[in-house]
Design a protein around this ligand. Structure first.
Ligand code: RIB
Length: 307
C-alpha cells in the first residue's frame, strides 16, 4: 500500500522541561529534580506521530533563524519528515514551551509562540500545492486562528480529510467548523467549544452532538483516564483507556491526533482509527518528552496484540 500523505500545519517549539516533586506556591522557590530539552510544539509532535505511523508527512509552520529552530528542522528532516513547508522567520525567535512536570507525570505548560505567532493565511496559500497533493490535513490552535481557518478552508475545498485538534482550548468562529472532517478535543477543549462540562461518557455524548450540530462530521473526545468517546453518522463508541504507568503526559494528545489521521487516511473506520490512536497515546505517556515519546507503528501493533 502507498503511504498515506499528511500535511500538518502548525506550531514548532522547543520544550524546556522541569521535573519537580511538586508545583511551587506563589513566591516560593523549590528544588526541581531534572531539567530536559525536547523538540515539541503540537504541530511538529503531530507530524512526528504521523511519520512514525508510516505516513509521507509534510510539516508547515515557522521557526526562528536561531539554534532552536535549526535543530528542530534538522531533527524533523532526519526522521523523514518533509520540511519544505517550514519558513525560517528572520524577525521572531523559535517558539518555546516552559513545562513543569509533577511526580504523576501531569504537566503545566506556558507557551511563548515566537515565530509560530507570525504564521499567516498567506503562508497557507503558499503551501496550497502541498495540501493539494495530500490525503489529509492536520491543524491545531498554536498558530494564529486566521491561518488555521484558512488552512481548513483550503483543505476542505480541495476535498481533503481535515483534522482539527482544537488545542490549546479556544473559542472558534462558527464558520470554521464547517470545514472540519474530524475534531479531537480533550475534555477541557470540548467544554469550551460546547458549554457542556465534560466529565464522563454521557457528557461527552452531549458535547459531541453539539459539535456535530455545528457541522463537524466525526467527533472524538479524549477523556484521559476514562478513555475515548467517538460519534459520527455511523453511531457512537467508547474505548476505555489502557492501564499503563504514566511517566509524562506531554504530547499524548498529539500522538493520538497524528496516529488517528494516518489511520483515517488509510481508510479505517473512526472506531478502528481511535482504537489504534488510543494505544499509540498510551505508549507515549510511558515515555519522557514530546517527540521522543511517540511510538512507531510496529510498537503500536505489538502493544495492541499484547493488550
Ligand atoms: O501538546 C504538547 C505540546 O504543547 C508541547 O510539546 C509544547 O511544545 C506545547 O506546544
Amino acid at each position: 500500500m502507498e503511504p498515506v500523505k499528511i500535511v500538518v500545519v502548525g506550531s514548532l517549539n522547543v520544550d524546556l522541561v522541569v521535573r519537580t516533586p511538586r508545583v511551587p506556591q506563589d513566591g516560593e522557590t523549590i528544588v526541581g529534580k531534572e531539567f530536559s530539552r525536547f523538540f515539541g510544539g503540537k504541530g511538529a509532535n503531530q507530524a512526528v506521530a504521523a511519520c512514525k505511523q508510516g505516513a509521507h508527512t509534510v510539516m508547515a509552520g515557522r521557526v526562528g533563524d536561531d539554534l532552536f529552530g535549526q535543530d528542530q528542522v534538522r531533527s524533523l528532516a532526519e526522521q523523514g519528515i518533509s520540511t519544505e513547508g517550514i519558513i525560517i522567520d528572520k524577525e521572531h525567535p523559535t517558539g518555546i514551551a516552559s513545562i513543569i512536570l509533577d511526580e504523576r507525570g501531569s504537566n503545566r505548560i506556558i507557551v511563548v509562540p515566537g515565530a509560530n505567532g507570525a504564521y499567516t493565511p498567506e503562508d497557507v496559500e503558499n503551501i496550497r500545492p502541498l495540501i493539494e497533493e495530500a490525503d489529509a490535513l492536520v491543524v491545531q490552535l498554536e498558530t494564529p486562528l486566521d491561518a488555521v481557518a484558512r488552512a481548513l478552508k483550503v483543505g476542505w475545498e480541495l476535498g481533503k480529510l481535515t483534522v482539527l485538534n482544537p488545542a490549546p482550548a479556544a473559542e472558534l468562529p462558527a464558520e470554521l467548523f464547517r470545514h472540519v472532517s474530524v475534531i479531537t478535543p480533550n475534555e477541557t477543549e470540548a467544554a469550551l467549544l460546547t458549554g457542556v462540562e465534560v466529565s464522563d461518557v454521557d457528557s461527552a455524548r452531549q458535547a459531541a452532538e453539539i459539535l456535530r450540530g455545528k457541522g463537524v462530521g466525526q467527533v472524538i473526545i479524549t477523556l484521559g483516564a476514562r478513555g475515548v468517546y467517538g460519534l459520527s453518522s455511523q453511531g457512537e463508541f467508547h474505548i476505555p483507556a489502557h492501564k499503563v504507568e504514566v511517566v509524562d503526559t506531554v504530547a499524548a494528545g498529539d500522538t493520538f491526533t497524528g496516529a488517528l489521521a494516518v489511520m483515517l487516511g488509510e481508510g479505517k473506520s473512526l472506531e478502528e482509527a481511535a482504537q489504534y490512536a488510543n494505544a499509540a497515546a498510551a505508549i507515549a505517556v510511558t515515555r519522557p518528552g514530546a517527540q521522543p515519546s511517540v511510538p512507531t507503528r510496529a510498537e503500536v501493533l505489538a502493544f495492541l496484540k499484547e493488550s
